[in-house]
Design a protein around this ligand. Structure first.
Ligand SMILES: [Zn+2]
Length: 338
């Protein structure tokens, strides 16, 4: 409660300008809302509803809107796609969206839902079953700004290191079943598109996305507010980095991450394992320059052409088999009559 009285008093004596009053009032209202929330709900409920709200507002809803924009108005969306028509959910087929693209969107949302449920289970086990303290700190006392900044920097660096290590060594440079899952699920995408940030086999998704996101918050025992800001940063990054668009809120940062994600898919995972590229830069696993992007886009288009031809061939083969079968049956019945 000290902060509640201390800051308004400081404002009255030290910074007597109108703007400081409005800042103080905003802070006061914020603190009142926060304390009402913490006092009227259990910490578990505050953490889970906060997580769901941030994930919905900053990831799920904008990604669903972008996905619908891509599949319903491909001619408008293709203009701002870094990889042109290849970057659309249906690839070059544009309007011809198949069940596969809808399945990818469905799995992404299901994975996200599963990760929130798992967080709920972990937190409930810690607090209720093992009578331990909660993994994320839900307290009335607000963290100091420098503590929030310090925790955010540490958390994001830990997430970068964990994602890099798991993605590179467990999902690419090993012969485990997880590597196969990652290749047969995520690496079957021709390019990232909205919602594909959370698309992968559920097991590999939990290992390479949920753990690197949640573990730093547990390791540094974030305050709930720090955790929400941390989750907002990650959700916004995932929404835009996997959109495939060239137009983004912060061009130098998000566009850089987005092109790195493009290159990871286009080169079949030769590099760019971490989201921000810090670890790739340290371990020299960065891939991607303008020429390489062009070559890789051509390769992706070639692969798509081959896959289309293969599907058409298989469909034609099935059709001809279906036509042949009745004539065989007819021949047998004629033979039988003789
Ligand atoms: Zn990969």
């Amino acid at each position: 409660m000290d902060a509640l009285f201390c800051i308004p008093m400081l404002s009255v004596f030290l910074i007597p300008v109108l703007s400081s009053y409005s800042t103080t009032l905003n802070f006061l209202f914020f603190y009142m809302t926060w304390s009402t929330l913490v006092l009227s709900h259990t910490p578990l409920r505050v953490e889970m509803f906060g997580t769901i709200a941030v994930r919905l507002i900053f990831y799920a809803l904008p990604s669903i809107i972008m996905f619908l924009f891509d599949i319903l108005t491909p001619s408008a969306s293709v203009v701002i796609k870094a990889q042109g028509a290849t970057g659309l959910p249906g690839g070059k087929r544009r309007r011809n969206i198949r069940v596969r693209e809808l399945k990818i969107a469905g799995w992404s949302l299901l994975n996200l839902f599963m990760s929130i449920m798992l967080q709920w289970v972990i937190e409930a086990l810690c607090v209720k079953a093992f009578k331990m303290r909660s993994t994320v700190k839900v307290a009335l006392k607000l963290p100091m700004p420098y503590e929030m900044v310090r925790d955010l920097i540490l958390g994001l660096l830990a997430r970068e290191a964990l994602t890099y290590g798991i993605h590179r060594y467990a999902l690419h440079e090993s012969n485990s079943i997880l590597t196969k899952f990652h290749h047969f699920w995520y690496h079957q995408l021709h390019a990232p598109f909205p919602l594909s940030a959370h698309y992968d086999h559920p097991l590999t998704y939990l290992l390479s996305n949920f753990i690197p996101t949640y573990l730093p918050a547990v390791m540094f025992r974030f305050h709930m507010l720090t955790y929400l800001i941390y989750l907002v940063i990650i959700s916004v990054e995932e929404t835009f980095a996997y959109s495939g668009y060239t137009v983004m809120p912060t061009n130098f940062f998000l566009v850089g991450i987005a092109r790195r994600m493009d290159m990871h898919l286009l080169t079949y995972g030769e590099g760019n394992f971490g989201p921000w590229g810090i670890m790739d830069w340290i371990f020299k696993t960065t891939v991607g320059d303008a020429e390489l992007i062009d070559d890789a886009t051509d390769d992706a288009e070639e692969r798509e052409r081959e896959a289309r031809a293969k599907r058409a061939y298989e469909a034609a083969q099935k059709k001809s088999n279906a036509n042949v079968r009745p004539s065989k049956v007819q021949a047998q019945s004629v033979r039988g009559r003789r």
